[in-house]
Design a protein around this ligand. Structure first.
Ligand code: HEC
Length: 158
């Protein structure tokens, strides 16, 4: 019982809603209040514009931020790649609608086969997970190339 309560307290403290999402990665409720790590704009010249085109804003919860500083992410860390459409009006680039929210969630026991990270995609404004096992494996295949940085690509600037 005590373990269960600690678990719930942890989930609340980390801003993650309790509940057992199919892939084990819950919707990152409130991520817009977390730390903004960086942004990347992917334009039409990119080979994967159809999938990845638009404005990416990266966020991290408190434990996620800790990892950016130490290079090793503790359990409970959540990293977000929020992808919005990039609109252009008279030379001004602006945010459009949300395309999807990509999430990495650290749990070294549950996700031990994928470097301790759970991967998930929430489409549009939907809070329901969309990836199957194959999709999650594809995320890890690319992210594991960053082995010496705990599978994380982005860097936090001061
Ligand atoms: C072909 C390689 C590749 C694949 C496949 C890939 N990613 Fe990434 N991902 C990246 C790169 C590169 C970045 C950093 C982009 C930047 O800094 O602008 C990144 C960044 C991220 C971040 C922010 C944390 C970090 O590592 O910088 C999250 C969260 C993320 N991806 C989730 C996913 C999910 C979920 C999937 C599977 C649906 C996925 N990624 C598939 C290459 C990939």
């Amino acid at each position: 019982m005590r373990i269960a309560l600690t678990g719930i307290a942890f989930l609340i403290a980390s801003g993650v809603s309790a509940g057992d999402a199919p892939g084990g990665v819950p919707y990152p409720a409130g991520y817009r209040n977390w730390t903004h790590v960086k942004s990347t704009a992917i334009g039409p010249k990119h080979p994967r514009f159809d999938v990845n085109g638009g404005l990416h804003h990266f966020y991290a919860n408190e434990k996620g931020l800790e990892g950016y500083k130490t290079g090793k992410w503790p359990d409970g860390a959540m990293l977000i790649d929020d992808l919005l459409e990039l609109k252009e009006n008279d030379g001004v680039g602006a945010e459009g609608t949300r395309k999807r929210v990509a999430v990495m969630y650290k749990d070294s026991v549950r996700f031990r086969d994928t470097g301790g990270w759970g991967f998930e995609i929430f489409k549009g404004d939907d809070s329901v997970p969309s990836l199957n096992a194959e999709g999650r494996a594809a995320c890890f295949t690319c992210h594991t190339k960053q082995k010496d940085r705990d599978s994380v690509y982005s860097q936090y600037r001061k």
